[in-house]
Ligand binder design. Structure first.
Ligand code: SAM
Length: 285
């Protein structure tokens, strides 16, 4: 059974790279799941457009009002937060439609625009998000929040109970809509399952948190099992993992910067080592 999604507000151009000036096309959702649906494009009446404009304004007002709900209700319970940094999630107009750029489908387009196709890997963030949300750590309620920050600096929050599409095509449809319309809600509900929020991410982190950055390049090589076992249960652990193909995460807001293997890992495998270590620590089977 697929969880229904809806999209609040109107698409915005703010977070999109504009590669040409053609008119944008509609993208909208249908049935139980959001789809990037070019076939179902419909002409909108003036009244509908006005209504959308009002909704968009509401969303914009709400976003500028941030912060999102602080983690007050969870303050007494320890848990973990994941931050995926430098996620390669970029939208551009390719031909007549806006698309999430990826090295498989848009290599020629990217080369024509003097971009390196190897840098456009939204699949890394997709796999990483699935790994976090699928974990028994999350099922046991220990995941407090997941934040994703794109290479362009757009920060969005993903609610732990969201069911992210498992296929890449559907995932790209969701991300496309999120970056255009700034939030995605469950149909018929006000709760935003995914939403763009203001930077910096640090304003959403609990006071009692320890921020741990991950990189193969760190000289501090640790056994992640021993590392998490040594942290007091009162502390909220914040894990910052890169979701890009090359380069490393910034160290600026982390308390510790560690390597957990002598080998370079994929983001998804790195995350699975972290979640497995925590599941063992808290005896989550
Ligand atoms: C695909 S890698 C990024 C590649 C990049 N060259 C690097 O090693 O940072 C994705 C992320 O996984 C994490 N990672 C990969 N190997 C790691 C290791 N041995 N120790 C800790 N984190 C690692 C880092 O956060 C990295 O940004």
């Amino acid at each position: 059974m697929v969880r229904p999604y809806g999209v609040k507000g109107r698409k915005r151009k703010k977070n999109r790279e504009v590669y040409d000036k053609e008119e944008e096309e509609e993208v909208h959702e249908e049935g139980n799941e959001v789809v990037d649906d070019e076939e179902n494009v419909a002409k909108r009446s003036k009244a509908e457009e006005d209504e959308d404009e009002a909704k968009a304004q509401h969303v914009a007002d709400e976003l500028s009002g941030i912060p999102i709900g602080p983690l007050v209700e969870d303050d007494k319970k320890n848990g973990v937060i994941f931050i995926l940094e430098r996620a390669s999630l970029e939208v551009a107009k390719v031909g007549k439609t806006y698309q999430l750029l990826n090295s498989d489908e848009h290599a020629n387009f990217l080369k024509r625009n003097n971009k390196n196709p190897a840098d456009y890997r939204p699949d890394i963030a997709h796999q990483a998000m699935l790994m976090i949300l699928d974990s028994t750590l999350n099922k046991a309620g220990k995941l407090k929040a997941l934040y994703v920050r794109t290479e362009k600096g757009v920060l969005f929050e993903v609610k732990p109970h969201v069911r992210i599409p498992r296929t890449y095509k559907r995932f790209s449809g969701i991300i496309l809509q999120l970056l255009q319309k700034l939030s995605i809600s469950a149909v018929g509900k006000r709760e935003k399952l995914l939403r763009v929020v203001k930077n910096p991410v640090t304003q959403y982190l609990p006071v009692n948190s320890r921020r741990i950055g991950f990189s193969h390049s760190s000289e501090k090589l640790v056994d992640i099992g021993d590392y998490v076992n040594a942290v007091s249960n009162d502390v909220n652990l914040v894990f910052v993992v890169g979701a890009m193909a090359h380069g490393k995460i910034e160290k600026e807001f982390v308390d510790d910067f560690i390597s957990i293997s002598g080998y370079p890992l994929s983001a998804a495998y790195c995350i699975s080592k972290i979640t497995n270590a925590l599941e063992r620590k808290w005896k989550i089977l």
